[in-house]
Design a protein around this ligand. Structure first.
Ligand SMILES: [Zn+2]
Length: 396
């Protein structure tokens, strides 16, 4: 990230990457022959990275779902998706544009219909890390195996889209499934993501196969013994099977103890906190500040439109800033930029030599752009991906 953000500056782009960055007058003298897009009075920031989303749910409105309990929400979403006839790829592309307008240039997207979504998003305006989702235990165990070939299909990879693998969660994937995904990710050098410790009920489900999550399986009529149990929490399970020794992207990690934070600190995994989704479920405070104090990499995500009002990642940063005004704004912005790049194991998240020219510009009045953007409802007036101007189209 440019520190401080580049006001009245210029970025020289070659081959879609940053060649040089600095004050506009200096750059103009050094590159007099270059065409420059005028950005006077604006701040240039790195394009933002939404490290956890489900773009194919971008047609859903969170407020249409019950959310006083997580299980009710899952059941409501499942019922809605079974009755809707929606093209997942079109919904995902809609989600990309819902992200781009707010300055998000790279999305860590979890996809169940990855053949369809990848086919369209590879030609889309944003960078996508497309985690093919695998899930299914008990009577649905065959679904897990059946989802793997699609999830691992790399035929759609290009400069904009790369693939990853995502075993869904400890209440939908058994231990053998998690082990298999980790082996595959290591062998194929793939990014790996999972939902972990999202709700306290995961502990009970994992240890004893009882509680609300088990009742949910029973209500669906899909439970069948035996399913292997684990005598410990979801984070202990992640540690035991090696997920923390891999740069696994762990979405949520809402339910964790100080001892478990110590395991995360000693491991390679990143945490993705989704502030507005957290607020939607009215969850107790998240440990993101403690995690960052310990040196754990914490990125931010929106999660899907089924739990977040929009895909405006800056609004998630705004919520963090409102709730924790004592945290330096630079640290909050890092969560949506360089921390996101680290979580997704990709370039970007900063404006520096050799980095992809993924940029956003904001019209700024003050000398403190990062605070000004957070404390006002500013949206970008320019978005570039790989040096190509995506928005506004009037400048193209
Ligand atoms: Zn999610």
């Amino acid at each position: 990230m440019v520190d401080p953000p580049l006001r009245d500056g210029a970025v020289v782009i070659k081959g879609g990457r940053v060649l040089e960055v600095g004050p506009a007058d200096k750059i103009r003298r050094r590159y007099p022959q270059n065409k420059m897009t005028p950005l006077a009075g604006q701040a240039i920031l790195p394009g933002m990275i939404n490290a956890h989303a489900h773009l194919e749910l971008s047609h859903v409105e969170a407020e249409d779902l019950p959310h006083d309990s997580f299980v009710k929400w899952v059941r409501g979403l499942r019922a809605m998706l079974r009755s809707d006839v929606v093209d997942p790829a079109r919904s995902a592309l809609k989600g990309v544009w819902q992200s781009i307008v707010y300055g998000v240039t790279h999305i860590g997207d979890i996809s169940r219909s990855c053949r369809e979504t990848r086919g369209l998003l590879r030609h889309g305006p944003a960078r996508i890390t497309s985690f093919g989702e695998a899930l299914g235990l008990a009577k649905l165990r065959p679904n897990f195996e059946e989802s793997l070939p699609g999830a691992l299909d790399d035929s759609f990879q290009n400069q904009r889209l790369r693939i990853g693998l995502s075993p869904h969660s400890p209440y939908t994937v058994d231990l053998a499934g998690y082990r298999q995904c980790l082996v595959l990710a290591r062998k194929l050098c793939l990014p790996l993501a999972t939902h972990l410790a999202e709700v306290p009920e995961e502990r009970e489900f994992l240890m004893n196969q009882t509680g609300p999550l088990r009742k949910m399986w029973d209500k669906f009529g899909l439970w069948a013994d035996p399913v292997e149990t684990f005598k410990g929490s979801p984070i202990a399970m992640a540690k035991a099977i090696g997920l923390l020794d891999y740069p696994t992207l762990l979405a949520h990690v809402n339910d964790c103890t100080e001892e478990e934070l110590g395991w995360l600190k000693d491991g390679k995994a990143s945490v993705v906190y989704c502030p507005r989704t957290h607020a939607y479920f009215n969850r107790p405070p998240h440990s993101w500040r403690r995690m960052m104090e310990l040196g754990i990499n914490v990125a931010v995500g929106t999660d899907s439109r089924a739990s977040s009002p929009t895909l405006n990642l800056v609004d998630d940063l705004r919520l963090l800033h409102q709730q924790s005004p004592d945290v330096p704004v630079e640290r909050i912005w890092h969560m949506a930029t360089i921390n996101g790049a680290r979580a997704l194991e990709c370039d970007g998240g900063q404006i520096a030599y050799g980095e992809p020219a993924d940029l956003v510009s904001f019209d700024i009045q003050s000398d403190d752009p990062l605070t000004e953007i957070l404390e006002n409802n500013l949206i970008p007036n320019g978005v570039w991906v790989g040096g190509k101007l995506i928005l506004p189209q009037s400048l193209q």
